[in-house]
Design a protein around this ligand. Structure first.
Ligand code: F6P
Length: 338
C-alpha cells in the first residue's frame, strides 16, 4: 500500500512525533510505502512530495514544527467546499497520479472537515487531530495542547514576581481563537485571579470589582489571563483593551503581555510526543484494516477513531460546567461573569 501524509493549518508541537508514529508503524509493522506531501493540501495538487523512510523519520521525535511544512489552505478549501466538476477531477487526479491508497491528513477542525470532504469524493482518507487550541470535536485532547499549556503556565508564573514587586495588575493574552482551553488550564495552573474565555463572555464591572476587592483585601497585585478570542468592543487586542480599561477604571498601574507564537513553537512535551505517537500508530492500523473516513481520537484513556462525518464542522468548547471552571469559582477566581 502507498500512503501519503500531509499537515495542514497552524503547526503544533508533536506533529513530527505523529508523522513518525504513522510512518514507522506503517513501514515496519505493515510494510507500506510512505510519502510526505509538502506544504499542506496544495502539495497534493502540485505533487510536491518527498519519500519517507524509516531512516528519514529518525531524529524528528523531539522537533517542533512540521518537517512537511504546512499552510492555511484558502484556495484548496474553496475548491473542496464548493467543488465544481473540474475541481473534483483535479483533486482525484492528483491523488490517483500519486498512486495513493490512502491520504493521512494531520490538522485542526478545518483540516478534518476537508478530510471528510475528500472521503466524500471517494478517496481513502484518515484524519489525525492537531492543534494547541484543543478544540477539535470528537477527541478529548489534541497533541500540542499540553506543550502550549506548559509554556503559558511558565509565563504566568513569571508574571507573579514582577507584578508583586511593582504592585501592578498584569494582563496576559493567550492563544485560543474560538476556545479558551489554553487560558483555562494555564490560568488555573498559573494561579491567575481572573480568567476570561471566549465561551463565557464577561461583564467589565465584574472584572473591575474583582480587582478593587483584591486590592482592598491587601493583595499586592492581580493577574488576568485572557484568551485571544474574547470579543472586545474596540479594534484592540484583548490584552490591550483590558489593560487600558482596568488601569483607567481602577487607577492601578496595569501592564499587558501577549504571549503569541511562543506557545506554538519548540519541542513538544513528553505527553504530546506520546499522544502523537499513539494517534499516528492507530492511523496506520486503521489503514491496514481498510477503515477509512475516520479521525483517530483519544476518548477517556482509549485511543480510538470516530467517523469524520460526526466531527466535521464542529468545535469542542469550554462549557460553564467544566470542572476547572467550577473549582475556580469555588475558590474565588473570577471568570468575568461572577
Ligand atoms: O493553531 C491555532 C492557533 O494557534 C490559534 O490559537 C490562533 O488564533 C491561530 O492559530 C493563529 O495562527 P496563524 O497566525 O498561523 O493563522
Amino acid at each position: 500500500m502507498k500512503v501519503g501524509i500531509l499537515t495542514s493549518g497552524g503547526d503544533a508541537p508533536g506533529i513530527n512525533a505523529t508523522i513518525r508514529g504513522v510512518g514507522k508503524t506503517a513501514i515496519n509493522n505493515y510494510g507500506m510505502q510512505i510519502i510526505g506531501i509538502q506544504n499542506g493540501f496544495s502539495g497534493l495538487l502540485y505533487k510536491d512530495i518527498v519519500e519517507l523512510t524509516d531512516q528519514s523519520l529518525s531524529g524528528i521525535l523531539n522537533m517542533g514544527g512540521t518537517i512537511l511544512g504546512t499552510a492555511r489552505e484558502k484556495v484548496f478549501r474553496k475548491m473542496i467546499t464548493s467543488p465544481d466538476e473540474k475541481d473534483r477531477e483535479q483533486i482525484k487526479n492528483a491523488y490517483n497520479e500519486l498512486g495513493l491508497d490512502c491520504l493521512v491528513c494531520i490538522g485542526g477542525n478545518g483540516t478534518q472537515r476537508t478530510t471528510w470532504m475528500l472521503s466524500e469524493l471517494g478517496l481513502n482518507a484518515v484524519g489525525i487531530p492537531k492543534t494547541i487550541d484543543n478544540d477539535v470535536y470528537g477527541t478529548d485532547v489534541t497533541f500540542g495542547f499540553d506543550t502550549a499549556v506548559n509554556i503559558a503556565t511558565d509565563a504566568i508564573d513569571r508574571l507573579h514576581s514582577t507584578a508583586s514587586s511593582h504592585r501592578r495588575v498584569m494582563v496576559i493574552e493567550l492563544m485560543g481563537h474560538h476556545a479558551g482551553w489554553i487560558t483555562l488550564h494555564a490560568g488555573m495552573a498559573g494561579g491567575a485571579d481572573i480568567i476570561l474565555l471566549p465561551e463565557l463572555g464577561y461583564n467589565m464591572k465584574v472584572v473591575i470589582d474583582k480587582i478593587n476587592q483584591r486590592m482592598e483585601m491587601g493583595k499586592a497585585y492581580s493577574i488576568v489571563a485572557v484568551a485571544e478570542g474574547v470579543e472586545v468592543p474596540t479594534k484592540e487586542r484583548p490584552a490591550t483593551y483590558f489593560a487600558r480599561e482596568i488601569e483607567s477604571q481602577t487607577g492601578y498601574e496595569t501592564r499587558e503581555t501577549v504571549l503569541g507564537y511562543i506557545q506554538r513553537g519548540g519541542s513538544p512535551s513528553p505527553y504530546d510526543r506520546n499522544l502523537g505517537t499513539l494517534l499516528g500508530g492507530h492511523a496506520a492500523e486503521l489503514i491496514h484494516e481498510g477503515k477509512f473516513g475516520r479521525m483517530v481520537a483519544k476518548i477517556g484513556s482509549e485511543i480510538t477513531a470516530v467517523p469524520l462525518s460526526d466531527v466535521a464542522g464542529k468545535l469542542r468548547l469550554v462549557t460553564p460546567d467544566n470542572q476547572l471552571v467550577l473549582q475556580g469559582k469555588r475558590m474565588g477566581i473570577s471568570f468575568g461573569i461572577w
